[in-house]
Design a protein around this ligand. Structure first.
Ligand SMILES: Cc1cc2nc3c(=O)[nH]c(=O)nc-3n(C[C@H](O)[C@H](O)[C@H](O)COP(=O)(O)O)c2cc1C
Length: 174
């Protein structure tokens, strides 16, 4: 709401990489006994309430991107079905689009280093795209125009996000 009042077009809610919101969704870290813990529906209550309340307070003319963990890559992370259910509920709660977070910081599976093949995790994003109608964004190791274009052309994602590539080469988009 403060971002909207300040004149921003939207926000990204950080729900991945093993940060607080992600710690609610995974049984690995969520040991709560109240309505925010236990079964999968309770574990996703926190992110869903955040999106619903943000939409309520900011109105329709505001972009709410939610960066969800499309694959946790840690023991006792969310199951595939739980990830897809979360995506459905975030859409219903008013998210404008979903971005992909890949792996918790403590994951033992490499997610960003050079040895990770380009766009290696795009399949996890595609599965989310299959169950929602809002745009879904792919992430991680997308740093080549042909790879980016292929993801869009083949319909695996609606957009791609790049982090380090845009730092390394600000002319990339041209
Ligand atoms: C040094 C560093 C810091 C990062 N910090 C964040 C962060 O605060 N929030 C976030 O969502 N992602 C963060 N990321 C992840 C990036 O958003 C991105 O997902 C990751 O670098 C993979 O995409 P890339 O291959 O295009 O760089 C960080 C990545 C790096 C390398």
């Amino acid at each position: 709401y403060l971002a909207k009042k300040t004149g921003y077009d939207g926000v990204e809610i950080m729900g991945s990489e093993g940060y607080l919101i992600n710690q609610f969704t995974a049984p690995r870290t969520n040991k709560r006994k109240d309505k925010y813990g236990g079964n999968a529906e309770n574990r996703r209550r926190f992110p869903v309430e955040i999106v619903r309340e943000t939409r309520k307070r900011c109105g329709d003319d505001f972009i709410i991107m939610f960066r969800m963990s499309v694959i946790d890559l840690v023991p006792e992370g969310s199951t595939r079905e739980e990830v897809l259910d979360l995506a459905r509920e975030l859409e219903a709660a008013g998210a404008s689009l979903l971005n992909s977070g890949i792996g918790w910081h403590e994951a033992r599976v490499p997610t960003i280093v050079t040895s990770v093949p380009r766009a290696a995790f795009v399949e996890a994003t595609r599965q989310v795209k299959d169950v929602v109608s809002i745009p879904v964004v792919a992430s991680n190791r997308i740093n080549d125009p042909d790879v980016a274009e292929e993801i869009l052309k083949s319909g695996q994602a609606d957009a791609v996000s790049m982090a380090r590539q845009l730092l390394a080469d600000p002319e990339f988009v041209k």
